[in-house]
Design a protein around this ligand. Structure first.
Ligand SMILES: C[S@@+](CC[C@H](N)C(=O)[O-])C[C@H]1O[C@@H](n2cnc3c(N)ncnc32)[C@H](O)[C@@H]1O
Length: 201
């Protein structure tokens, strides 16, 4: 399984640069197929990899949570995987309802398995494609997406007016910082305003 994670190390930065410039690539058949296959394969070892990684996976999310000024009532963690960001949000935003969505049933199985231990009724997980969400318009006031492809059009549709979107990656930091103008134009095209772009940890 470490091969899958090594792939990330060597190919992620160029891939990120390419996708920021050409977000339509995320709609290509090969990308969509990869996104259906890989998560299913890595679901069981995913949490352990995060735990034993030399990367601080929490750093960027913790930093971003601290920037949120308006207390969110409903939070969506898009492409939640095993619920890593969703459970972090559960701890940080003590009054919010958290929904995690993912299209990998095996990843979701792992996420759902952790609900009981969290002893919380504020968190739930749904099966769903981030490119075609079943939620109503403006259903959430904070959307989080971590280490995943981001389908901005749908995220914006389900985000309330004045709501926030947090996008974090635990790899490729410099690639994002160097692509600030591309990121800004991508956000503007989707009616979003860049508040902060930072390489943390
Ligand atoms: C690398 S994992 C990241 C999981 C989690 N957000 C984290 O930070 O640990 C990427 C996740 O994105 C999900 N994903 C990719 N494309 C998706 C899509 N179109 N709809 C829903 N989930 C998707 C995958 O199934 C996988 O669980």
């Amino acid at each position: 399984m470490s091969n899958v994670f090594n792939l990330k190390k060597y190919f992620m930065t160029p891939l990120i640069k390419l996708i920021i410039k050409h977000p339509k690539l995320m709609e290509s058949k090969i990308f969509l197929k990869a996104m259906l296959i890989f998560p299913e394969k890595i679901s069981k070892s995913y949490d352990l990899k995060l735990k034993h990684s030399d990367i601080d996976y929490q750093a960027a999310l913790s930093y971003a949570f601290g920037l949120i000024k308006r207390k969110p009532q409903k939070i969506l963690d898009l492409c939640t995987g095993t619920g890593f960001a969703a459970f972090m949000a559960l701890k940080y935003f003590q009054d919010s309802i958290i929904t995690g969505a993912d299209q990998s049933s095996k990843m979701l199985e792992m996420a759902k398995g952790k609900i009981e231990a969290s002893d919380s009724k504020r968190i739930n997980f749904d099966f769903g494609n981030a490119a075609k969400l079943s939620y109503e318009d403006e259903a959430f006031d904070l959307i989080i997406t971590s280490n995943a492809p981001i389908y901005l059009k749908e995220a914006v549709r389900v985000l309330s007016r004045g709501g926030d979107i947090i996008v974090t990656y635990s790899f490729g930091g410099a690639a994002f910082i160097n692509a600030e103008s591309d990121i800004m134009s991508l956000l503007e095209k989707n009616g979003l305003h860049l508040v902060n772009l930072k390489n943390v940890g």
